[in-house]
Design a protein around this ligand. Structure first.
Ligand SMILES: [Zn+2]
Ligand SMILES: [Zn+2]
Length: 305
């Protein structure tokens, strides 16, 4: 089993919005929670927002990502049921700050979880934010109890339930403060929104995200994983190495094409009008459209990414 080295150098509107629209939704109760055991105590859990992992065992439960607050009661009972009645939810790890992964923090903390995240996540959740790339959406500061109480910068290791969990920061990729969560012995990696399986990714260019950082993060994960590794994407179905390789290929193609048009002196609108992703849209464009992705890629590159 390979280890991480000690030092490592909505669908926009859809994935960043609750089901049924941005405001006033009614249909949270109709969202189905699905649980698929992977191995070694790690379970893949899907609900309304970003995909979760629930790692259960005799020491207690560690959950990765917290979905929307409206899903918390049902998610917490689902996880407790998985774990058996006498083990609590001890830890919640946030892969990044976006509300489809962190809005449930408050409820998980109230259920006993200690929240762990990158320093960038703690900073972003501690103040009101505006997401210009999502139409100026306002994201109010999280209540104090919903903010991470254990933070780290480059990496953190945790031993739990006989496995070792490596949390590794991937700088300037999908957002500010992205981490991957590697369950070493189970051979499972939760990639947060560094990986949208089968879909174009959203990139939070307002917080330093850019496509080169996304590609670098994917490369690093590929370098430190095995043929047998199972990947949990932030969005989309559970993935194997071939799925991640296909995603890297798509990202690289899009980056190279947009870079060439930008280098040729085209404006943002001109680059989008060139439709550089046209032949990829049928496979990858089911969430975020090709045009939206190209705009985000262009924005990231214009800011030096
Ligand atoms: Zn997400
Ligand atoms: Zn995200």
């Amino acid at each position: 089993m390979r280890n991480w080295p000690m030092i490592l150098p909505f669908f926009l509107i859809l994935c960043l919005s609750p089901p049924g629209g941005v405001q006033g939704l009614q249909d949270w109760d109709s969202v189905e929670i699905q649980v698929s055991p992977i191995r070694g105590g790690v379970n893949f859990v899907t609900a309304a927002g970003g995909n979760l992992a629930a790692f259960v065992g005799p020491d207690g439960v560690l959950v990765v990502d917290a979905d929307y607050a409206e899903m918390s009661d049902r998610l917490i009972s689902t996880v407790k049921e998985l774990a058996g009645s006498d083990t609590g939810i001890r830890f919640l790890v946030n892969t990044h700050w976006h509300f489809d992964h962190t809005s449930g923090n408050e409820a998980f903390a109230a259920a006993g979880a200690t929240i762990i995240a990158h320093e960038g996540v703690a900073r972003l959740l501690s103040a009101d934010q505006v997401m210009a790339a999502v139409g100026g959406r306002e994201v109010p500061a999280a209540p104090e109890s919903a903010r991470p109480s254990i933070t780290f910068n480059d990496r953190m290791n945790l031993t739990l339930n006989g496995d070792v969990i490596h949390m590794v920061h991937m700088p300037d990729a999908h957002s500010n403060g992205d981490v991957i969560v590697h369950f070493r012995d189970a051979d499972v990696i939760h990639m947060g929104d560094l990986f949208f399986n089968g879909r174009y990714p959203f990139i939070d260019v307002d917080q330093g995200g850019n496509i080169s950082g996304m590609i670098q993060a994917v490369e690093e994960v590929l370098d430190h994983s095995l043929e047998s590794t199972v990947f949990i994407p932030g969005h989309g179905p559970l993935a194997d190495r071939d799925n991640l390789l296909a995603y890297r290929e798509m990202l690289t193609t899009v980056r190279d094409r947009v870079r060439a048009l930008l280098d040729a002196g085209m404006s943002r609108d001109e680059v989008i009008a060139e439709k550089p992703t046209e032949d990829l849209d049928e496979i990858w464009g089911s969430g975020l459209t090709g045009d939206r992705l190209v705009g985000l890629v262009f924005d990231g590159m214009s800011r030096g990414g």
